[in-house]
Design a protein around this ligand. Structure first.
Ligand SMILES: Nc1ncnc2c1ncn2[C@@H]1O[C@H](COP(=O)(O)OP(=O)(O)OP(=O)(O)O)[C@@H](O)[C@H]1O
Ligand SMILES: [Mg+2]
Length: 379
């Protein structure tokens, strides 16, 4: 992957009626890069791709492809192609005709089309399927025809809108590998949409996490997963628990600093690189994210430290045991001078490999994590 900028979005805004669905998007994508827009339903992913493709006009902002402002260009003049979620193959055309359709429209000579189709089908491993009709193909094969059709005229940028969304898990995993291989082989820049965080993490060079029409964080898969900037990114990408409390003290040593975090359910710590949290003063409100696989649950009364909670659920799926526990926040009823009482706090989710856990629903536990496994995020 080069560092040559192939696509740039500058201040893209879009309104539908009274709702502003894109609220100022800036993005720079390198030639050959695989970048994924990840976000929940309705956050503006498809609208962003349609604006890049020229199927929709932005209200404000500009789109550059290969250094050229294409904001006013027709879709077919942009060097961009789009693969839609619903395949959109022509049902009355066979695989060969579907694949070569755009070349036929352009008036490309028949023999040239035949050669290009053969090449494109070989790329998606569908040589020999030329005469099949779409309804004689599996979902994965149809999806590969859609990809062959989109890459046949070698676009500079390929836009893929949840291309694997309709496939079952096994086929999706296989197609993820095939798409990635194809992208590397052709060197085409991919802008890929998914709302599946695992798919985003396995396929992308970079991920742009989108929320309510803005990019909340853009970075490498590892960067986003290990260093989420906001509570939303921590939850959405890492399935993290996000807790709000106060920083009460700090100790330093060995290039690290450890902040003690106080929550109404108890205390825990977070470890950061020295200097990372200089602006946080004792007493300040902070938000801590800890992924579910990093949550440690110990039976209450064992002398361990942490946040008091009670187990609320236990389930086993896909080799992973998931335990939920609700924090118990001590509340002082100062007005009538009565004792501290239990009050329900957030629900924490913990997961581990294997089915062995001696905890049962109702058990009192302490919730904690290794300080280095937690991060501080913005609200
Ligand atoms: N043509 C339109 N007219 C009015 N509102 C629209 C139009 N297209 C999209 N919207 C609205 O804009 C918002 C963003 O839609 P968009 O299709 O970009 O979301 P998305 O992130 O692709 O969601 P999903 O994951 O469900 O596909 C949504 O609230 C949607 O209802
Ligand atoms: Mg969409």
């Amino acid at each position: 992957m080069s560092t040559y900028e192939l696509l740039r979005l500058e201040g893209i805004r879009k309104r539908f009626g009274s709702v502003e669905v894109l609220r100022g998007l800036d993005l720079s994508v390198a030639q050959g890069e695989f970048i994924t827009l990840l976000g929940s339903s309705g956050c503006g992913k498809t609208t962003t791709l349609r604006i890049i493709a020229g199927l929709e006009a932005a209200d404000e902002g500009r789109v550059f492809i290969d250094g050229k402002d294409v904001s006013a260009l027709e879709p077919d003049k942009r060097g961009v192609n789009m693969v839609f979620q619903n395949y959109a193959l022509f049902p009355h055309m066979n695989v060969e005709q579907n694949t070569g359709y755009s070349l036929k429209l352009k008036g490309t000579p028949r023999t040239e089309i035949k050669k290009a189709v053969a090449e494109a089908l070989a790329l998606v491993q569908l040589s020999g399927f030329e005469r099949r009709m779409p309804d004689e193909l599996s979902g994965g094969q149809r999806q590969r025809v859609a990809v062959a059709r989109a890459v046949i005229n070698r676009p500079k940028v390929l836009l893929l809108d949840e291309p694997l969304g309709a496939l079952d898990l096994q086929l999706r995993r296989q197609m993820q590998i095939e798409l990635k291989r194809l992208q590397k082989q052709l060197g085409i820049t991919f802008i890929y949409i998914t709302h599946d965080q695992e798919e985003a993490l396995t396929m992308s060079d970079r991920i742009a996490v989108m929320r309510n029409g803005v990019f909340e964080q853009i970075g490498s898969a590892a960067g986003i997963y290990n260093h989420p900037k906001t509570g939303f990114v921590a939850k959405f990408v890492g399935g993290a628990n996000v807790l709000t409390g106060r920083m009460i003290s700090r100790t330093e040593g060995g290039g690290k600093e450890r902040l003690i975090f106080e929550h109404p359910a108890g205390r825990a710590a977070v470890e950061l690189d020295s200097g990372e949290a200089d602006s946080i003063q004792p007493g300040a409100e902070i938000h801590i994210a800890a992924r579910e696989e990093h949550i440690i649950l110990t039976p209450a009364g064992s002398g361990a430290e942490g946040l008091a909670a009670a187990v609320t659920g236990k389930s086993f799926a896909g080799g992973l045991l998931r335990i939920t526990a609700r924090l118990k926040c001590a509340v002082n009823k100062a007005d009538d001078g009565s004792r501290a009482d239990d009050n329900e706090g957030e629900e924490i989710s913990a997961s581990r490999q294997g089915i062995d856990a001696p905890l049962e629903v109702g058990d009192e536990v302490l919730v904690n994590w290794l300080p280095a496994n937690a991060v501080i995020v913005d609200r």
